[in-house]
Design a protein around this ligand. Structure first.
Ligand SMILES: [Ca+2]
Ligand SMILES: [Ca+2]
Length: 195
């Protein structure tokens, strides 16, 4: 048994010491302390096994870097989406404060702008539907790929106080995402406008 294993063990050792010895010589070469043996080794070049090992190590590194890069891209997209949604919500709040009596009134008091309701019952808020000429009927803030809904709650003590919730929707990687934003907007003559 031992006699059978001995040659293999010695062979493995000699291969191992040969590889280590070669690398030491290569290192010496780079340090400028070359010897005839060094010159011989470097002239020999690399074996296929050595090239495959080097390529494997390189591949592992590249895969790792690519994975980090991919995660970074996803996070970047998410940050851009969230920022876009926040900017859009801000412009909607400002538009409500400025144009409540024209585009955002809630005469039927159901907690959402009358013009945003689905009067023709086709599942799409009416102000997101273009008219026959392809133009949107109301100059509400919009951005391609995003949609939103507006909800109102009225203050009890202050008659011109409107608590507005804007919910922004968009699609990312095939999944619908949503973010809610809240702001209290003061509308002069709120009660008079909504009757
Ligand atoms: Ca309404
Ligand atoms: Ca509709």
């Amino acid at each position: 048994m031992n006699n059978n294993q001995l040659p293999m063990t010695n062979s493995a050792r000699s291969v191992g010491s040969l590889v280590i010895g070669n690398w030491l010589l290569v290192v010496r070469c780079f340090r400028g302390t070359g010897s005839p043996a060094c010159v011989r080794v470097t002239r020999r070049g690399f074996t296929l096994i050595e090239i495959l090992m080097a390529l494997s190590i390189l591949l592992l590194g590249v895969v790792g870097v690519y994975a980090i890069f991919a995660v970074g891209l996803v996070n970047h997209k998410r940050a851009v989406d969230n920022t876009t949604a926040a900017v859009m919500a801000g412009s909607i709040f400002d538009d409500i404060a400025a144009n409540y009596d024209i585009y955002y009134f809630d005469h039927n008091r159901n907690g959402r702008p009358d013009l945003s309701e689905d009067v023709n019952a086709n599942g799409v808020d009416d102000w997101f539907e273009p008219d026959s000429t392809g133009r949107f009927r109301y100059p509400i803030p919009r951005r391609r790929g995003y949609r939103y809904e507006i909800r109102y709650e009225r203050g009890i003590d202050v008659p011109q106080e409107l608590f507005v919730t804007v919910r922004i929707f968009w699609e990312a990687q095939g999944v619908e995402r949503a973010e809610s934003f809240h702001r209290t907007v003061f509308i002069k003559n709120l009660e008079a406008i909504d009757g």
